[in-house]
Ligand binder design. Structure first.
Ligand code: HEM
Ligand code: FPP
Length: 303
């Protein structure tokens, strides 16, 4: 008699666990910031007067395609993820989800996502979505075990969604569109070099050729972080050039300030190369990007 309710409770708990595992496969925390970038790109592309329906469509479509790429990334990396502390408890390596079911889930998300983009915002965002998927899943993912230049390829995949957001509302890629892509591209170097340093033992154990692994002194990771931050500082100013009738000085000054903040955090990491400065740099990167995105919304069209 008493086994009935217990079984039902068990079943409910299992379903809840499976739902949370499928959600975890999509790397939702990264997706949230990525989708904010897509929304800001669409907003900037429409000069602050976005077609709300198209904006929502490109966010939904990109979310589905990005989620699919993250699921497939984990299907392909299961043997590596199993060897690393940070990833060993993920749903596939821990055995909570099968690789087959996950691959089906990823394929479904991707097919629906690309079709949705095609139907709602047109060929270009859908095409870039598909290319980004291929770049992330079939080029970046295996490349991690071959060469530390994998991060450069990963950063292209990470930044391309900016162009999906832009092209969903504006067919012409101008200097500002290129600058948005460049901001997200260069931001990833300080962001990831901090992570690559913090998890260097994990990455080495998983056979991942990150800069922090191939050069254990951290010098090369530091150089990548500082170079990325320098380039970020320069490109972040560009959207302020000639946006209305004249350069937006407030935007440019605040962007410079943010750029200096990232450069100082990167420089401190480069000179110290310890966990404390790496953690500070990772934290700085996660503060900087939302602030820079907010600046893009608040200032350029207000002068
Ligand atoms: C080369 C490209 C990138 C790599 C290799 C990378 C890698 C990672 C890794 C491994 C983490 C987890 C750190 C941890 O567990 O402590 C992380 C965190 C994070 N990343 Fe990235 N990332 C990249 C690009 C991006 C992009 C394009 C975005 C969004 C615009 C992003 C947003 C985030 C966020 C919000 C977190 C914190 C969430 C969390 O704690 O899991 N990343 N990144
Ligand atoms: C539209 C579309 C397809 C967008 C995809 C964009 C995307 C998911 C970008 C994330 C960039 C990136 C390289 C993250 C790290 O992955 P990782 O595999 O190094 O992280 P991990 O070690 O935690 O698995």
């Amino acid at each position: 008699m008493s086994s009935g309710p217990a079984t039902l409770t068990d079943r409910k708990a299992r379903v809840k666990q499976q739902l949370s595992d499928y959600l975890e496969l999509t790397k939702p925390k990264i997706a949230v910031l990525l989708l904010v970038c897509v929304a800001i790109a669409a907003y900037c592309a429409s000069n602050g007067q976005p077609d709300v329906a198209r904006l929502i469509h490109v966010i939904v479509g990109t979310a589905l395609v990005a989620a699919s790429s993250c699921v497939w990334n984990q299907c392909l990396e299961v043997h590596v993820d199993r060897r690393m502390n940070r990833t060993a408890q993920r749903p596939i390596p821990s055995g909570r989800l099968s690789r087959y079911a996950s691959a089906l889930f990823g394929t479904l998300l991707g097919s629906v996502g690309i079709s949705y983009l095609l139907a709602t915002v047109g060929v270009m965002p859908a095409l870039i979505g598909a290319l980004t998927w291929i770049l992330y899943v079939f080029i970046y993912t295996p490349m991690k075990q071959v060469t530390p230049w994998n991060t450069t390829v990963g950063a292209i995949a990470g930044a391309l969604p900016m162009l999906m957001g832009w092209l969903a509302v504006n067919p012409v890629l101008d200097l500002k569109a290129v600058a948005l892509f460049a901001i997200l591209f260069f931001w990833q170097f300080p962001h990831f070099m901090a992570i690559a340093w913090l998890y260097r033992e994990d990455y080495a154990q998983g056979g991942m050729k990150m800069w922090s692994v191939v050069d254990g002194s951290g010098t090369k990771a530091g150089i990548q972080a500082v170079s990325g931050a320098m380039a970020l500082l320069l490109v972040s100013v560009v959207p302020g050039i000639g946006q209305v009738a004249m350069p937006n000085v407030f935007y440019m000054l605040l962007s410079l300030l943010g750029g200096v903040f990232m450069l100082v955090a990167s420089w401190r990491f480069f000179t110290s190369r310890d966990d404390r400065t790496a953690r500070q740099l990772l934290f700085a990167s996660l503060i900087y990007l939302p602030c820079q995105l907010a600046l893009l919304v608040i200032l350029p069209s207000s002068v």
